[in-house]
Design a protein around this ligand. Structure first.
Ligand code: NI
Length: 187
């Protein structure tokens, strides 16, 4: 196993835009493999490279263990761009970088996505439901946006003390995390 520690809320890298990937070399392949292992070990259904400390436009998704994702394949998405969106839905989102916090977020129900696959082949896919939800959440990460940024100012004020605690690492996780680099917390 080669899992990576997950950067917690409060780390600047989560507010930064990831850079486009030009080619998938061994370095990226290793990163993608470690991202899958990290996501699976932490029971996540999506993970963006920012969350493991890499400003690269790479995200992974695996919703196959979820009722709404039965029969879907794990997905690697590189350099994503949402080219169309439609409808609206609400869902209680969580994030490995913001443990123990779930809030309802409104997003488009259906998206059309253009991206590169792991062979850098250009692809287009349509997604709705949970898959569209996770993809939008992870694409936000690559743009330096967190799901709590979608909440009202009033709601964010209510969450402030919990977020401050998370930023200090005062939260229990079953996975290794990074609290404001370079301090590390082991489980
Ligand atoms: Ni997240």
């Amino acid at each position: 196993m080669s899992t990576l520690p997950v950067y917690l809320y409060g780390n600047d890298i989560l507010k930064k835009k990831a850079k486009p990937v030009e080619e998938v070399s061994n370095e990226e392949l290793k990163l993608i493999k470690a991202m899958f292992e990290t996501m699976h070990e932490s029971n996540g259904i999506g993970l963006a490279a920012n969350q493991v400390g890499e400003l690269k436009q790479i995200l992974v998704v695996d919703i196959s263990e979820m009722e709404a994702g039965k029969g879907t394949q794990p997905l690697v998405v590189i350099n994503p761009e949402i080219v169309d969106e439609e409808g609206e839905s609400e869902y209680d989102e969580g994030c490995l970088s913001i443990p123990d916090l779930r809030e309802t977020v409104k997003r488009p129900e259906r998206i059309v996505l253009r991206y590169n696959d792991i062979n850098m082949k250009e692809r287009e896919m349509e997604a709705d439901g949970l898959m569209a939800r996770v993809l939008q959440h992870e694409i936000d990460h690559l743009n330096g946006v967190l799901f709590i940024d979608h909440l009202s100012a009033a709601k964010r004020t209510l969450l402030k003390s919990r977020l401050t605690k998370i930023a200090k690492g005062e939260v229990e996780t079953s996975y290794e995390v990074v609290v404001n680099v370079p301090k590390k917390k082991k489980r």
